[in-house]
Write a protein that binds this ligand. Structure first.
Ligand code: PEP
Ligand code: MG
Length: 582
């Protein structure tokens, strides 16, 4: 058994599909002048095989997943036909008598190096394409049979050194049993997506594998415990089959409380909303009895495609969501790209600190064309349901005012065209930057609601990159500084008379529930998968007891002290439920 970090709960068992990292190691082989013709033949054979393989993959992907995902392989085929790329390789073989694989490797390295030097995210993506094509060619020249394209005819556990949200968005979710990455963080967007997709995910295996995982290895991953088994024995498989069954039964049993009102024992109401990345999750939102959608991460609508979604396309998605929710609120967060969320077709300049850089509302205010398109689509959808708009990563009052002035402009445009919309649409912002939390009282006067994005707030308060696995142990939502800041924001909302919710992952952390209840939070927005587990605890919690607990927590000096107090409370609840016969 190997212990990593659990990033999305559940148990997955199945064959590994490994995305190779392509670290080639072969000698600098020279050839004889008499072997030139043979070497060219090898090169052309390799190119032909690579092209055949790409055509095949393209076809399969087109049939099973769709045309949009197949376009990337056209770009790869074009590289293999690019005269500059091919002439360079032929020149090295012909003039320097180097073996075909050595020439190919040199040319890939040269082009990748050149593209990487350009300070442009788009060029870096192209560098990745060249690397990928070059590696495919090398693979054929060296007789390697591994593949970079996941199987489409059977399910698998995806194994990779690291994954990006757009890579995950490109996979056919029906075949992904689980995810396993060497690097990564539990608060990364890949982790959040995995939880939303109910896909078990274990990460943080750097230095822990005695040998690399191979395609076809049988794996068990437990996303709750963060454990991994490679080719386990029969007994272990049976044990995990039983555990998986129990886990699924427990989840199923929670369905009984889906329609129960989210009230604590002493009748405090906490709205339990759902976080969604796609409208496809709305069925689940309803099935799990969520009171609405507290965070629709619209950036995923912009991913997994090759151009920006038009106003019409966005309108249709938002309208459909609003109608499906039948009057329940839906908070549509405007585009939040940057950081670890990239759009393949919209390159952003390379930054040393992308999480402190060109992100979220900063991009929207800079690219008013994108922003206006999205705002108009949201406004139009507001006519069809209880739609609210929320701005991400706000830092100052000026930003809120600017964003609101775009909203007013969009309203005027729609009115002029006679297009219906809700003129009183509620406007909110996320509190995820410490500056915003500190001036929450000021910001509260400008909006109808606030939602605390703890994922980013924690990383900025503690200066701990949520993506950096080397310091993952320092990413601690239970740091006293975080808890005090949460209180500042919630109190500011109360004084201003506007609702404050939480939409970061801490909202769905069962351990944290007494903190939210004690601080008097009115709404938690949680991934659909954990919503009922939180509700389960909420129904047997007492808000007044949590309030006294929070008074004690606010006096704690370390996160350990806070975690200890929370653990004691949980134990007490369990004992009481046993004694009470619940
Ligand atoms: C957050 O930061 O808590 C949040 C909800 O936004 P995201 O995770 O999408 O950055
Ligand atoms: Mg955020």
């Amino acid at each position: 058994m190997i212990r990593g970090v659990g990033a999305s709960s559940g148990i997955a068992m199945g064959q590994a599909f490994v995305i190779p990292t392509w670290e080639w190691d072969f000698p600098e082989k020279m050839i004889d002048v008499t072997d030139l013709a043979y070497e060219f033949e090898r090169l052309y054979d390799g190119i032909r095989h690579s092209k055949d393989e790409l055509e095949l993959i393209k076809q399969e992907i087109k049939e099973v997943v769709g045309q949009e995902q197949a376009y990337i392989f056209d770009a790869h085929l074009a590289i293999l036909e690019d005269p500059i790329f091919m002439n360079e390789i032929q020149g090295i073989i012909e003039l320097q008598y180097k073996a075909a694989e050595v020439a190919v490797k040199e040319v890939i390295d040269k082009f990748v190096g050149m593209f990487n030097l350009i300070d442009d995210e788009y060029m870096k993506e192209r560098a990745l394409d060249i690397k990928d094509v070059g590696n495919r060619l090398l693979k054929h020249l060296l007789g390697d049979t591994s593949t970079t394209v996941p199987p489409i005819d059977h399910p698998y556990i995806l194994v990779a050194k690291e994954l990006t949200p757009s890579q995950l968005a490109h996979l056919d979710p029906t075949n992904v049993l689980g995810l396993l990455t060497i690097l990564g963080g539990t608060h990364s967007h890949v982790s959040i997506m995995a939880r939303a997709m109910s896909v078990p995910y274990v990460l943080g295996l750097e230095g822990k594998l005695l040998r690399p995982i191979q395609n076809g290895d049988f794996l068990i991953i437990d996303g709750q415990e963060g454990t991994l088994y490679i080719n386990p024995d029969k007994l272990t498989i049976e044990r995990y089959q039983a555990r998986k069954k129990n886990w699924l039964e427990f989840k199923e049993s929670l369905q009984e409380i889906a329609d129960v009102a989210p009230l604590t024992l002493d009748k405090s109401l906490v709205n339990l909303h759902a976080n969604i990345n796609s409208v496809m999750e709305i069925d689940q939102v309803l099935r799990n009895g969520a009171s609405g959608v507290g965070l629709f991460r619209t950036e995923y609508l912009y991913m997994d495609r090759d151009s920006l979604p038009s106003e019409e396309e966005q309108f249709e998605v938002y309208r459909h969501a609003a109608i499906q929710l039948k009057g329940r609120p839906i908070v549509i967060r405007t585009l939040d790209i940057g950081g670890d969320k990239k759009l393949d077709y919209m390159p952003l300049a390379k930054e040393d600190n992308p999480f402190l850089g060109y992100r979220a509302i900063r991009i929207s205010l800079d690219r008013s064309d994108l922003f206006m398109t999205q705002i108009r689509a949201i406004l139009r959808a507001s006519h069809f349901g209880n739609v609210k708009i929320m701005y991400p990563m706000v830092t100052s009052l000026d930003e809120v005012r600017q964003a609101k002035s775009y909203l007013e402009r969009a309203k005027l445009e729609l009115s002029a065209l006679g297009v219906p919309y809700n003129a009183n649409i509620e406007v909110g912002l996320t509190i995820e930057v410490p500056a915003a939390a500190i001036i929450a009282d000021v910001l509260a006067s400008e909006v109808n609601f606030m939602s605390i994005g703890t994922n980013d707030l924690v990383q900025y308060v503690l200066a701990v990159d949520r993506m950096n696995e080397n310091i993952a142990h320092l990413y601690n939502p239970y740091h006293p500084a975080v808890i005090r800041l949460l209180k500042t924001v919630i109190d500011a909302g109360k004084r201003a008379g506007i609702p404050v919710g939480v939409c970061g992952e801490m909202a769905g952390d069962i351990r944290a529930l007494p903190i939210w209840l004690g601080l008097g939070i009115e709404e938690l927005s949680i991934s659909v998968q954990t919503l009922l587990q939180v509700k389960h605890r909420l129904l047997s919690s007492d808000a007044a007891t949590c309030k006294s607990l929070v008074d004690r927590i606010l006096l704690c000096r370390t996160s350990d002290e806070i975690i200890e107090l929370l653990a004691q409370t949980e134990q007490l609840e369990q004992t009481e439920s046993i004694v009470g016969g619940n």
